[in-house]
Design a protein. Structure first.
Length: 122
C-alpha cells in the first residue's frame, strides 16, 4: 500500500469508529471489553483494542457517553458505558450525515452526478 492510501484509510477509520461506538451503545449499555469485542468483531472495522479506550474517554469528556462501575464476581470491577441524551442526538445526526455521504459516493461511483438539491449534510 502507498503511504497516501494508508493515511487516507486511517483518517476514514477514525471518524467512522466514533459512529460505530455510538451505534453499538444505542440499544443498551455495555462494559468496556464487551464493547471492544462487539466493534472489533465486525468485518471491515480493523481497529486495535487500545484505540477504543482512549476514544471512549474522549466521548465521555464530550458528554456523549456516561460511565458507571460495577463489581464483577469474575475479577475487577467493570466500567459500563451508556449513551447520554446528547450522545443519542449526536449519533442520530452522524447517522443521517453518513447515510447521505455514502449515497452521494455511490452515485458518483455509478457515474451519476449527485442531486445538488440534496446535500449530504442534514
Amino acid at each position: 500500500m502507498t503511504d497516501l492510501f494508508e493515511n487516507w484509510t486511517m483518517q476514514v477509520r477514525k471518524g467512522v469508529l466514533e459512529l460505530c461506538i455510538l451505534n453499538a451503545l444505542r440499544d443498551r449499555e455495555r462494559y468496556g471489553y464487551e464493547l471492544v469485542k462487539t466493534v472489533t468483531s465486525i468485518p471491515g472495522i480493523e481497529v486495535a483494542e487500545g484505540t477504543i479506550y482512549p476514544l471512549l474517554s474522549r466521548l465521555r469528556l464530550q458528554g456523549l457517553v456516561s460511565t458507571r462501575l460495577e463489581e464483577s464476581p469474575e475479577g475487577p470491577a467493570r466500567k459500563y458505558y451508556t449513551l447520554t441524551v446528547k450522545g443519542t442526538e449526536t449519533a442520530e445526526l452522524m447517522n443521517l450525515y453518513f447515510s447521505g455521504l455514502t449515497k452521494a459516493v455511490e452515485q458518483l461511483r455509478a457515474g451519476a452526478a449527485p442531486n445538488p438539491k440534496s446535500p449530504a449534510t442534514p
